[in-house]
Design a protein around this ligand. Structure first.
Ligand code: BES
Ligand code: MN
Length: 457
């Protein structure tokens, strides 16, 4: 049995930034590392080409009557910039206290290594374990998984016969309070570009004659929310799933303090949606955010100019059962409607992903036809977490997005059990990302237990 921490360090040393072609060698290195590791555990490994970064499919077959679990993970990471804010180099893993630092340590190399190590330990102990396992590890998650839906469609017949997907690419609030994520928000992204005159103009010569594109864009942006904090796009909330009372109760058990959260954010007051606490807003409601806005003079001093162009980058987080295509259409219609006709504009589609929800067994809204193996997986995860982390897990929807989870549901018909292994202090996507080794050790034990219980049938 290999040392999981050593192996994780080796994994982190491959700089696998999927979004930046300069890191092509790091992508190859990380992929080959995983392929070798899974091969050494006796898996049949296939590297499936895609238009960009290949998917690793590794199989432990067996009797068709055995349960079959797919373990998902991603070998790519976010860019490490700004590099000067790291206390140790992003791709030179460093152990400080109980944390291993490095880009991708938490998202997603640490949690993925946790499951690989759990499988290694389990198979060493039970070489005849009656369980089929397929690792499905992609390299484009951090760029919106553009190749993944086609990959799923291509391997549909083979993969859809599995029973469920098991993964860790979500978080938990504390080391002693694990969350089993049962919902994810979706995403719709778009840029809006507004154009006034054919070039920048002297604001003295032409001021008062035409509408400034920054003004047009600012007025449009200001129209997209109402004072109560809701998104002001007609039809936006039509398909929002009502929150179940058990979900509110589960969230209340977290016992988070609004005052602490407020001061952590450094804001004078919350501006959440009426009728929802800030914690509820982040998990149960959709949003519309401006991720960036620009136009005109941004330099030192002053410049008396009427800019020719202005732009804004918009993203909506969606909740079940909103559809990305429908929300995109509603948003574009509102923009079209409200944009003054004395400027011209263009909307540029960016990527999108659907929201996801899975209801654990035994709840008021659990589907009557929930597959028995999925229900067993949830119960096994509950028991394993309770025993190993010392406290029952909470079942919460998450504010973040892992769009492929809904792709998997749609294309393969499979639900996912999402065991949250990263902590709020892990600095995902930020400088000094790290993974807590306590979560790794306990996560390994929990994963091992879940898989062994599923195998027991
Ligand atoms: N693992 C994260 C999603 C996540 C973050 C879940 C925090 C729970 C807590 C995932 O890798 C991610 O970063 N997703 C992106 C979207 C993706 C399409 C780039 C996100 O949520 O912004
Ligand atoms: Mn991520």
């Amino acid at each position: 049995m290999f040392d999981p921490v050593e192996k994780l360090m080796e994994f982190i040393r491959h700089p696998s930034v999927s979004a930046d072609p300069k890191f092509a060698a790091g992508m190859v290195g990380a992929r080959e590392f995983v392929v070798r590791l899974l091969g050494s555990l006796g898996f049949t490994v296939e590297v499936v080409p895609t238009p960009l970064h290949p998917v690793i499919l590794a199989e432990r077959g067996g009797d068709a009557r055995w349960p079959h679990v797919i373990i998902y993970g991603h070998y790519d990471v976010q860019p490490a910039d700004p590099l000067n804010l790291w206390d140790s180099p992003a791709f030179e893993p460093a152990l400080r206290g109980r944390r291993l630092y490095g880009r991708g340590a938490a998202d997603n190399k640490g949690p993925l290594m946790t499951h690989i190590a759990a499988v290694a330990r389990l198979l060493a102990r039970r070489p005849d374990l009656p369980l089929r396992i397929t690792f499905m590890i992609e390299g484009e998650e951090e760029m919106g998984s553009p190749s993944f839906p086609a990959f799923l469609a291509q391997h549909r017949e083979r993969l859809r016969k599995a029973d469920f997907v098991f993964l860790s690419d979500t978080g938990s609030p504390r080391e002693d309070q694990v969350v089993i994520t049962c919902g994810l928000r979706g995403l719709v992204l778009a840029d809006v570009e507004v154009k006034g005159a054919r070039s920048d103009l002297h604001s003295g010569l032409h001021g008062g004659v035409l509408r400034n594109p920054i003004q047009a864009l600012a007025e449009l942006c200001a129209s997209l929310h109402s004072p109560d904090g809701r998104v002001n796009v007609p039809g936006f909330y039509d398909d929002v799933l009502p929150v179940e009372s058990w979900e509110r109760a589960e969230l209340a058990k977290l016992g988070q303090s609004e005052e602490q959260y407020r001061s952590f954010l450094g804001i004078p007051a919350f501006h959440a949606t009426e009728g929802f606490s800030p914690f509820e807003s982040a998990r149960f409601l959709p949003t519309l955010e401006f991720n960036g806005i620009g136009g005109g003079y941004q330099g030192e001093g002053t410049k008396t100019v009427i800019p020719s162009k202005a732009f804004v980058k918009i993203s909506c987080r969606l909740v079940p059962n909103q559809s990305p295509a429908k929300i995109r259409a509603l948003l574009y219609a509102a923009i079209q409607d409200r944009m003054p006709t004395d400027v011209t504009f263009r909307i540029v589609d960016q990527h999108e992903g659907a929201p996801y929800v899975v209801v654990p067994p035994g709840r008021a809204n659990t589907p009557k036809d929930q597959p028995a193996v999925l229900a067993r997986a949830f119960r096994a995860a509950d028991a394993a977490v309770t025993e190993i982390f010392g406290r029952s897990p909470l079942y919460l929807r998450e504010g973040g997005s892992v769009p492929i989870i809904d792709d998997i549901k749609r294309v393969l018909g499979l639900d996912s059990v999402l065991l949250g292994l990263f902590l709020p202090e892990d600095n995902l996507h930020a400088p000094n990302e790290s993974f807590h080794l306590g979560m790794m050790e306990k996560g390994m034990a929990a994963s091992e237990k879940v898989l062994e219980t599923i195998a027991a049938g």
